[in-house]
Design a protein around this ligand. Structure first.
Ligand SMILES: [Zn+2]
Length: 332
Protein backbone atom coordinates (compact mmCIF):
# COMPACT_ATOMS: atom_id res chain seq x y z
CA UNK A 1 0.00 0.00 0.00
CA UNK A 2 1.28 3.41 -0.99
CA UNK A 3 0.85 6.62 0.99
CA UNK A 4 -2.36 8.17 -0.31
CA UNK A 5 -1.32 11.66 0.79
CA UNK A 6 1.48 11.42 -1.79
CA UNK A 7 -0.97 10.56 -4.60
CA UNK A 8 -1.54 13.74 -6.67
CA UNK A 9 -5.26 14.35 -6.43
CA UNK A 10 -7.84 16.65 -8.00
CA UNK A 11 -10.66 17.75 -5.71
CA UNK A 12 -13.75 18.77 -7.67
CA UNK A 13 -16.65 18.88 -5.22
CA UNK A 14 -15.96 20.78 -2.01
CA UNK A 15 -17.82 23.77 -0.58
CA UNK A 16 -15.50 26.46 0.75
CA UNK A 17 -17.95 27.38 3.52
CA UNK A 18 -17.74 23.78 4.76
CA UNK A 19 -13.95 23.66 4.94
CA UNK A 20 -13.51 26.33 7.63
CA UNK A 21 -11.28 25.13 10.47
CA UNK A 22 -13.01 25.17 13.88
CA UNK A 23 -10.32 27.42 15.37
CA UNK A 24 -10.72 29.86 12.51
CA UNK A 25 -14.47 29.91 12.93
CA UNK A 26 -14.01 30.75 16.61
CA UNK A 27 -11.54 33.55 15.77
CA UNK A 28 -13.78 35.05 13.12
CA UNK A 29 -16.89 34.73 15.29
CA UNK A 30 -15.12 36.53 18.14
CA UNK A 31 -13.86 39.29 15.85
CA UNK A 32 -17.34 39.86 14.47
CA UNK A 33 -19.18 39.52 17.76
CA UNK A 34 -21.04 36.34 16.78
CA UNK A 35 -21.88 33.95 19.64
CA UNK A 36 -21.02 30.31 18.95
CA UNK A 37 -22.68 27.41 20.78
CA UNK A 38 -20.56 25.92 23.57
CA UNK A 39 -20.03 22.40 24.89
CA UNK A 40 -19.94 19.01 23.17
CA UNK A 41 -17.49 17.77 20.56
CA UNK A 42 -15.74 20.42 18.53
CA UNK A 43 -16.54 23.01 21.18
CA UNK A 44 -20.28 22.72 20.65
CA UNK A 45 -19.94 22.81 16.89
CA UNK A 46 -20.55 19.12 16.34
CA UNK A 47 -22.71 18.28 13.39
CA UNK A 48 -25.52 15.78 13.82
CA UNK A 49 -27.83 14.88 10.93
CA UNK A 50 -29.24 17.05 8.20
CA UNK A 51 -30.74 19.64 10.56
CA UNK A 52 -27.37 20.09 12.23
CA UNK A 53 -25.79 20.46 8.80
CA UNK A 54 -28.19 23.27 7.86
CA UNK A 55 -27.67 24.96 11.22
CA UNK A 56 -23.92 24.76 10.82
CA UNK A 57 -24.10 26.32 7.37
CA UNK A 58 -26.08 29.27 8.64
CA UNK A 59 -23.68 29.65 11.54
CA UNK A 60 -20.69 29.83 9.18
CA UNK A 61 -22.53 32.32 7.01
CA UNK A 62 -23.26 34.55 10.00
CA UNK A 63 -19.56 34.56 10.93
CA UNK A 64 -18.11 35.44 7.51
CA UNK A 65 -18.38 39.20 7.15
CA UNK A 66 -15.14 41.03 6.39
CA UNK A 67 -12.89 40.66 3.34
CA UNK A 68 -10.15 39.26 5.60
CA UNK A 69 -12.54 36.53 6.80
CA UNK A 70 -13.14 35.28 3.26
CA UNK A 71 -9.50 35.62 2.29
CA UNK A 72 -8.39 33.68 5.37
CA UNK A 73 -10.65 30.68 4.79
CA UNK A 74 -9.56 30.59 1.14
CA UNK A 75 -5.88 30.71 2.11
CA UNK A 76 -6.33 28.01 4.74
CA UNK A 77 -8.23 25.85 2.27
CA UNK A 78 -5.14 25.92 0.03
CA UNK A 79 -2.88 25.03 2.96
CA UNK A 80 -5.06 22.17 4.16
CA UNK A 81 -5.54 20.70 0.69
CA UNK A 82 -1.88 20.99 -0.28
CA UNK A 83 -0.86 19.28 2.97
CA UNK A 84 -2.73 16.12 1.96
CA UNK A 85 -1.61 15.92 -1.64
CA UNK A 86 -4.38 17.76 -3.45
CA UNK A 87 -2.60 19.38 -6.37
CA UNK A 88 -5.62 20.86 -8.09
CA UNK A 89 -9.03 21.90 -6.72
CA UNK A 90 -12.24 23.39 -7.99
CA UNK A 91 -13.81 24.86 -4.89
CA UNK A 92 -17.48 25.79 -4.75
CA UNK A 93 -18.48 29.14 -3.28
CA UNK A 94 -21.92 30.73 -2.94
CA UNK A 95 -20.60 34.15 -3.90
CA UNK A 96 -23.79 36.00 -4.81
CA UNK A 97 -25.57 35.02 -1.59
CA UNK A 98 -22.76 36.36 0.59
CA UNK A 99 -22.56 39.53 -1.47
CA UNK A 100 -26.28 40.13 -1.16
CA UNK A 101 -26.28 39.42 2.59
CA UNK A 102 -23.47 41.90 3.17
CA UNK A 103 -24.62 44.52 0.69
CA UNK A 104 -21.31 44.25 -1.18
CA UNK A 105 -22.00 42.19 -4.32
CA UNK A 106 -18.41 41.55 -5.44
CA UNK A 107 -16.49 41.67 -2.17
CA UNK A 108 -16.84 38.05 -0.98
CA UNK A 109 -15.75 36.56 -4.31
CA UNK A 110 -12.91 39.01 -4.79
CA UNK A 111 -11.66 38.36 -1.25
CA UNK A 112 -11.80 34.60 -1.85
CA UNK A 113 -9.92 34.94 -5.14
CA UNK A 114 -7.31 37.05 -3.36
CA UNK A 115 -6.94 34.42 -0.62
CA UNK A 116 -6.67 31.63 -3.18
CA UNK A 117 -3.95 33.52 -5.06
CA UNK A 118 -1.99 33.87 -1.81
CA UNK A 119 -2.59 30.20 -1.02
CA UNK A 120 -1.42 29.16 -4.44
CA UNK A 121 1.77 31.21 -4.08
CA UNK A 122 2.47 29.78 -0.63
CA UNK A 123 1.54 26.14 -1.22
CA UNK A 124 1.86 25.50 -4.94
CA UNK A 125 -1.68 24.19 -5.30
CA UNK A 126 -3.77 25.19 -8.30
CA UNK A 127 -7.33 26.22 -7.44
CA UNK A 128 -10.28 27.33 -9.52
CA UNK A 129 -13.76 28.34 -8.39
CA UNK A 130 -17.29 27.13 -9.14
CA UNK A 131 -20.11 29.46 -8.13
CA UNK A 132 -23.19 27.69 -6.82
CA UNK A 133 -26.71 28.90 -6.24
CA UNK A 134 -29.41 27.38 -4.05
CA UNK A 135 -32.38 26.04 -6.00
CA UNK A 136 -34.62 27.56 -3.33
CA UNK A 137 -33.39 31.07 -4.08
CA UNK A 138 -34.33 33.54 -6.79
CA UNK A 139 -33.62 33.39 -10.49
CA UNK A 140 -32.30 36.96 -10.17
CA UNK A 141 -29.60 35.78 -7.79
CA UNK A 142 -28.60 33.00 -10.17
CA UNK A 143 -28.28 35.64 -12.88
CA UNK A 144 -26.03 37.69 -10.60
CA UNK A 145 -24.04 34.50 -10.06
CA UNK A 146 -23.56 34.21 -13.82
CA UNK A 147 -22.56 37.88 -14.02
CA UNK A 148 -19.93 37.33 -11.30
CA UNK A 149 -18.60 34.29 -13.15
CA UNK A 150 -18.28 36.20 -16.42
CA UNK A 151 -16.59 39.16 -14.71
CA UNK A 152 -14.11 36.91 -12.90
CA UNK A 153 -13.46 34.25 -15.52
CA UNK A 154 -9.90 35.47 -15.98
CA UNK A 155 -9.34 35.24 -12.22
CA UNK A 156 -10.22 31.54 -12.11
CA UNK A 157 -14.00 31.20 -11.95
CA UNK A 158 -14.68 28.25 -14.25
CA UNK A 159 -18.36 27.32 -13.91
CA UNK A 160 -21.69 27.96 -12.23
CA UNK A 161 -24.47 25.63 -11.09
CA UNK A 162 -27.39 25.04 -8.79
CA UNK A 163 -27.21 23.16 -5.52
CA UNK A 164 -29.44 22.64 -2.51
CA UNK A 165 -32.75 20.88 -2.23
CA UNK A 166 -33.28 18.90 -5.40
CA UNK A 167 -37.04 18.85 -5.00
CA UNK A 168 -36.96 22.45 -6.28
CA UNK A 169 -37.03 22.22 -10.11
CA UNK A 170 -34.40 23.57 -12.47
CA UNK A 171 -37.00 24.89 -14.93
CA UNK A 172 -37.13 28.47 -13.55
CA UNK A 173 -33.38 28.78 -14.20
CA UNK A 174 -33.55 27.74 -17.87
CA UNK A 175 -33.05 31.29 -19.15
CA UNK A 176 -29.89 31.83 -17.11
CA UNK A 177 -28.62 28.40 -18.17
CA UNK A 178 -29.07 29.36 -21.81
CA UNK A 179 -27.28 32.67 -21.27
CA UNK A 180 -24.42 30.91 -19.47
CA UNK A 181 -24.04 28.49 -22.36
CA UNK A 182 -24.06 31.40 -24.82
CA UNK A 183 -21.40 33.18 -22.75
CA UNK A 184 -19.22 30.06 -22.69
CA UNK A 185 -19.64 29.51 -18.93
CA UNK A 186 -19.90 25.76 -18.20
CA UNK A 187 -22.66 24.46 -15.92
CA UNK A 188 -22.19 21.94 -13.12
CA UNK A 189 -25.27 21.09 -11.06
CA UNK A 190 -25.96 19.02 -7.99
CA UNK A 191 -28.40 16.26 -8.96
CA UNK A 192 -29.20 12.65 -8.19
CA UNK A 193 -28.29 12.94 -4.52
CA UNK A 194 -31.64 13.29 -2.76
CA UNK A 195 -33.82 12.92 -5.85
CA UNK A 196 -33.83 10.17 -8.44
CA UNK A 197 -33.25 9.78 -12.19
CA UNK A 198 -35.61 12.61 -13.11
CA UNK A 199 -33.35 15.11 -11.36
CA UNK A 200 -30.36 13.77 -13.29
CA UNK A 201 -32.25 13.95 -16.60
CA UNK A 202 -33.29 17.51 -15.84
CA UNK A 203 -29.68 18.48 -15.05
CA UNK A 204 -28.49 16.89 -18.31
CA UNK A 205 -31.12 18.37 -20.60
CA UNK A 206 -32.50 21.63 -19.25
CA UNK A 207 -29.47 22.23 -17.05
CA UNK A 208 -26.79 21.33 -19.66
CA UNK A 209 -24.61 20.03 -16.85
CA UNK A 210 -21.03 19.01 -17.65
CA UNK A 211 -20.73 16.89 -14.50
CA UNK A 212 -23.12 15.53 -11.90
CA UNK A 213 -22.65 16.81 -8.36
CA UNK A 214 -23.23 13.47 -6.56
CA UNK A 215 -25.39 11.74 -9.22
CA UNK A 216 -25.40 8.51 -7.24
CA UNK A 217 -29.09 7.84 -7.86
CA UNK A 218 -28.45 7.46 -11.58
CA UNK A 219 -28.26 3.77 -10.66
CA UNK A 220 -32.04 3.73 -10.19
CA UNK A 221 -32.43 3.68 -14.00
CA UNK A 222 -30.32 1.43 -16.23
CA UNK A 223 -31.07 3.42 -19.41
CA UNK A 224 -29.94 6.60 -17.72
CA UNK A 225 -26.74 4.91 -16.57
CA UNK A 226 -26.01 4.03 -20.20
CA UNK A 227 -26.73 7.58 -21.33
CA UNK A 228 -24.52 9.20 -18.67
CA UNK A 229 -21.74 6.74 -19.47
CA UNK A 230 -21.98 7.15 -23.25
CA UNK A 231 -22.01 10.94 -22.96
CA UNK A 232 -18.98 10.78 -20.69
CA UNK A 233 -20.60 12.86 -17.93
CA UNK A 234 -18.43 12.46 -14.81
CA UNK A 235 -19.92 11.97 -11.33
CA UNK A 236 -18.60 13.84 -8.30
CA UNK A 237 -19.10 11.17 -5.66
CA UNK A 238 -18.79 12.07 -1.96
CA UNK A 239 -19.22 8.86 0.06
CA UNK A 240 -18.77 10.14 3.63
CA UNK A 241 -21.05 13.09 2.95
CA UNK A 242 -23.73 10.76 1.60
CA UNK A 243 -23.49 8.61 4.73
CA UNK A 244 -23.41 11.56 7.15
CA UNK A 245 -26.37 13.31 5.51
CA UNK A 246 -28.39 10.13 5.25
CA UNK A 247 -28.32 9.68 1.45
CA UNK A 248 -26.53 6.33 1.82
CA UNK A 249 -26.42 3.74 4.59
CA UNK A 250 -23.09 2.60 5.97
CA UNK A 251 -20.02 3.26 3.84
CA UNK A 252 -19.80 -0.47 3.06
CA UNK A 253 -23.20 -0.20 1.33
CA UNK A 254 -22.32 2.94 -0.65
CA UNK A 255 -22.98 2.65 -4.42
CA UNK A 256 -19.45 3.77 -5.37
CA UNK A 257 -18.33 0.29 -6.53
CA UNK A 258 -21.51 -0.22 -8.54
CA UNK A 259 -21.07 3.16 -10.22
CA UNK A 260 -17.52 2.21 -11.21
CA UNK A 261 -18.58 -1.27 -12.34
CA UNK A 262 -21.19 0.37 -14.59
CA UNK A 263 -18.35 2.05 -16.48
CA UNK A 264 -19.17 5.56 -15.28
CA UNK A 265 -16.52 8.26 -14.86
CA UNK A 266 -16.41 8.34 -11.06
CA UNK A 267 -14.43 10.96 -9.14
CA UNK A 268 -13.93 10.99 -5.37
CA UNK A 269 -14.64 14.10 -3.30
CA UNK A 270 -15.53 15.34 0.19
CA UNK A 271 -18.37 17.87 -0.29
CA UNK A 272 -18.36 19.25 3.28
CA UNK A 273 -15.11 18.00 4.86
CA UNK A 274 -14.81 20.14 8.01
CA UNK A 275 -18.39 19.47 9.02
CA UNK A 276 -18.22 15.69 8.71
CA UNK A 277 -14.58 15.35 9.75
CA UNK A 278 -13.02 14.02 6.58
CA UNK A 279 -10.37 15.01 4.04
CA UNK A 280 -9.80 14.00 0.44
CA UNK A 281 -6.97 11.69 1.49
CA UNK A 282 -9.29 10.35 4.18
CA UNK A 283 -11.90 9.52 1.53
CA UNK A 284 -9.37 7.61 -0.57
CA UNK A 285 -8.33 5.66 2.54
CA UNK A 286 -11.91 4.99 3.58
CA UNK A 287 -12.95 3.56 0.21
CA UNK A 288 -9.75 1.51 0.08
CA UNK A 289 -10.67 -0.01 3.44
CA UNK A 290 -14.39 -0.39 2.68
CA UNK A 291 -14.07 -1.91 -0.80
CA UNK A 292 -10.63 -3.50 -0.77
CA UNK A 293 -9.35 -1.16 -3.45
CA UNK A 294 -5.80 -1.57 -4.68
CA UNK A 295 -3.41 1.28 -5.42
CA UNK A 296 -4.37 0.83 -9.10
CA UNK A 297 -8.00 1.51 -8.18
CA UNK A 298 -7.01 4.61 -6.22
CA UNK A 299 -4.87 5.83 -9.12
CA UNK A 300 -7.85 5.32 -11.45
CA UNK A 301 -10.03 7.43 -9.16
CA UNK A 302 -7.37 10.14 -9.13
CA UNK A 303 -7.06 10.03 -12.95
CA UNK A 304 -10.83 10.32 -13.30
CA UNK A 305 -10.70 13.48 -11.16
CA UNK A 306 -8.05 15.01 -13.38
CA UNK A 307 -9.91 14.11 -16.56
CA UNK A 308 -13.22 15.50 -15.25
CA UNK A 309 -11.68 18.82 -14.25
CA UNK A 310 -11.64 22.14 -16.07
CA UNK A 311 -7.86 22.26 -15.67
CA UNK A 312 -5.82 23.28 -18.71
CA UNK A 313 -4.12 20.55 -20.71
CA UNK A 314 -0.63 21.18 -19.27
CA UNK A 315 -1.94 20.90 -15.69
CA UNK A 316 -3.73 17.69 -16.52
CA UNK A 317 -0.64 16.23 -18.16
CA UNK A 318 1.47 17.14 -15.12
CA UNK A 319 -1.05 15.54 -12.75
CA UNK A 320 -1.18 12.37 -14.86
CA UNK A 321 2.61 12.13 -14.77
CA UNK A 322 2.49 12.51 -10.98
CA UNK A 323 -0.11 9.77 -10.63
CA UNK A 324 1.94 7.45 -12.86
CA UNK A 325 5.05 8.18 -10.80
CA UNK A 326 3.16 7.46 -7.55
CA UNK A 327 2.08 4.09 -8.91
CA UNK A 328 5.56 3.30 -10.26
CA UNK A 329 7.22 3.95 -6.91
CA UNK A 330 7.70 0.88 -4.71
CA UNK A 331 4.87 0.22 -2.24
CA UNK A 332 5.68 0.36 1.46
ZN1 LIG B 1 -22.24 19.70 -2.63
Amino acid sequence: MRDVSALPKAHLHVHLESTVRWDTLRDIAAANGVALPTGGDGGGLAFTGFRGFADHNSLVRSCLRRPEDFARVAREFCADEAAQGTRYAEVTFTAAAHGERLGRPRMPLEAVLHGLAEGRAAHGIEVRVLLDHSRRRSVDRFRRTLDLAVEHADAGVVAIGVAGEESYPLAPFAGVVADAAAAGVPLVHHAGEACGPDSVREALTLGRTRRLGHGIRVLDDARLVAEVRDRGIPLEVCPSSNVALGFAGALADHPLPRLRDAGLAVTLNTDVPAIIGTTLTGEYERVRDAFGYTDDDLADLARAGVDASFAPADTRARLHRGIDAWLAAPAA
